[in-house]
Write a new protein. Structure first.
Length: 550
């Protein structure tokens, strides 16, 4: 087979790139995919490791709960265990990811149709899919939350469907639970802002036809990133993936359904989604951090499984954030929000938008960082813009200034404690859907929105820590004394917050050089009579006419 030209890596090349950079752990020991695999990877999210120390895990010796061995390896965390791993797939440093997304969305490239593809090197269809150990059963799909989940579940999916009216394809990451060698149940969110594929489902249902569907596992990273990305309905994600790659993504016709799938993917599960009958699916550990309880979702009859000769199966670790699922979404969604506020709404002073990740899972708490001195009007436009950009994001929106480390909840509370006056700086807005969470809207139960301006409304005195130069010098001494590693946590040095004078800088400089007596001579000259203690003194305005007490 002659490989079609391409200028983007496939999953195998991406895994090799991670290994080269020391970002991959190989696990050659036998691992049970049903009860051991995800819990092992989970430890790197709940075991006190730094985000930067998380790795991708490649399992080469996978068995299941019945002791069956699989010859296909499983990889977890290879797309987004942390932003550094995501940035390898994005082929851009972490701080350039925002610009790369902006560019790709503005400059989509149509995919290139090829005749032959590695994802179809092996084709299993018809009767060959049925029967235990065949079909889906031959794939080592892990159980994500042992103890709660009712099925091995596909998580690292790019689910492709086509709008029967416009012919435009959609691609989203949706979970799918294994039910039989030739049947799974797909869950597409029906809420506002939910799955694009669900809009197609409604159209097929109206026509009284089943919906053709292709569940792709192990796409080239540029394509994988598109699954969770929130693009407007009607945009073909494969064109934006081309924009990321800077060239067309190769696609091939699926074998048994009228859909186009990424040619270099690992495995494609083709089938028809029943638009009449629904089947119970879940319990499953959800990305909002609770177990999704059993509900009726869409059964899909598998018509073909096509794959490479040597596939590797990716699985996303999701559930309680942080997780691979929250990282992959965070790195994709934050640029969208920032772009929306800055360019669509034209709000001045926006530095960045951050979606709070641990436990809250991105959708509930949004923090907008503004330049100091941004007007109140712009801050409030930003708060409202972030809260209502997506129907299911931004229940709590907080505006802060650049010196607040948004990922540090202590720093957020600090901003609220000193920079926010509740009666002036907080608004409650009614009428928000429950969104993606443990409570559902089936009873029309509503939530609401909390907006909070915790920016500085005027200059404040400096933060009371030694200036950076002194802290750095002391750090060198700490290290010289062998006192062990430090993990600096911002803020770890003092800095001006606007209310500060050059005279005070000079006085501090003298004091830090042992010349405090000179400061005493200066302050002696500024003595006054007849004032109440704690009266403010500002040497810039108030220097004339000092009253000697003598
Ligand atoms: C690991 C993971 C699992 C997800 N599972 C689902 C799911 O089961 N159903 C769903 O509708 N969205 C799910 N999402 C979110 C969607 O991928 C996301 O909303 C995306 O924008 C959907 O694409 P679409 O707008 O083209 O449908 C998941 C995301 C990730 C990262």
């Amino acid at each position: 087979m002659t490989a079609a030209p391409r200028n983007y890596p496939d999953l195998h090349e991406h895994i090799a790139a991670l290994e080269e950079r020391g970002m991959l752990r190989r696990v050659d020991r036998r691992i049970d995919k049903d009860s051991e695999l995800h819990p092992l990877v989970r430890w790197q999210f709940v075991g006190g490791l730094d985000e930067a120390d998380r790795k991708a895990f490649l399992f080469t010796n996978v068995t299941d709960g019945l002791g069956r061995a699989y010859d296909i390896p499983v990889v977890v965390g290879a797309i987004a265990a942390n932003p550094a791993i995501y940035s390898v797939g994005m082929r851009a440093p972490v701080d350039e990811i925002q610009a790369k997304w902006d560019y790709a969305i503005a400059n989509p490239i149509e995919p290139r149709l090829v005749d032959e593809a590695v994802c179809q090197e092996v084709v299993v269809e018809g009767e060959a899919i049925k029967g235990e150990g065949n079909g889906l059963d031959a794939l080592p799909i892990p159980v994500s939350t042992p103890g709660f989940d009712s099925a091995p579940t596909l998580t690292a999916t790019n689910v492709i469907t086509r709008d029967p009216e416009t012919g435009v394809q959609n691609m989203g990451t949706y979970r799918a639970a294994l039910k039989a060698p030739d049947r799974l149940v797909v869950r597409m969110a029906t809420r506002v802002g939910g799955a694009g594929g669900y809009q197609h489902y409604l159209k097929y249902q109206k026509r009284g036809e089943p919906m053709p569907c292709a569940i792709v596992l192990g796409c080239p990273p540029y394509v994988a990133f598109m699954g969770p990305q929130k693009l407007p309905i009607g945009v073909d994600e494969l064109t934006v993936a081309g924009g990321l790659a800077g060239g067309p993504i190769n696609i091939v016709r699926a074998r048994t359904v009228d859909l186009l799938v990424p040619a270099e993917s690992e495995i494609v599960i083709e089938g028809l989604i029943d638009t009449e009958w629904l089947e119970p699916e879940a319990p499953f550990g959800e990305s909002h951090g609770h177990i999704a309880l059993e509900e009726f979702n869409m059964p899909m009859r598998v018509t073909a499984i096509t794959r490479r000769k040597n596939p590797v199966i990716p699985s996303y670790i999701s559930q309680v954030a942080p997780s691979e699922s929250s990282v992959i979404k965070r790195v994709a969604y934050e640029p969208l929000f920032t772009h929306h506020l800055r360019h669509t709404l034209g709000i001045r002073g926006v530095k960045k938008v951050s979606l709070h990740e641990p436990l809250t899972g991105l959708l509930r708490v949004t923090v907008i960082t503004f330049e100091k001195g941004t007007s109140r009007t712009e801050v409030w436009r930003g708060l409202n813009g972030a809260a209502f950009f997506k129907g299911d994001c931004g229940k709590i929106c907080i505006a802060v200034n650049e010196d607040i480390t948004v990922d540090n909840a202590d720093a957020l509370l600090w901003a609220m404690a000193y920079r926010m006056n509740p009666v002036e700086d907080v608004q409650l807005v009614p009428h928000r859907g429950q969104g993606h969470g443990p409570k559902r809207e089936h009873n029309q139960e509503e939530d609401s929105t909390l907006l909070m301006d915790a920016t500085m409304k005027s200059d404040m005195p400096p933060l009371a820590l030694p200036k950076q130069e002194y802290m750095e010098r002391a750090k060198a001494i700490w290290q010289e004394l062998g006192f062990g590693p430090l993990r600096p946590q911002a803020p770890w040095f003092g800095y001006s917050l606007g209310d500060w004078l050059s005279q005070w800088d000079e006085a501090a400089e003298r004091a830090a050089h042992g010349r405090y007596l000179e400061n005493g001579q200066i302050s002696e000259k500024a003595r006054r009579k007849g004032l109440k203690p704690e009266t403010k003194y500002r040497p810039d305005e108030d220097d004339k006419g000092s009253n000697d007490r003598s």
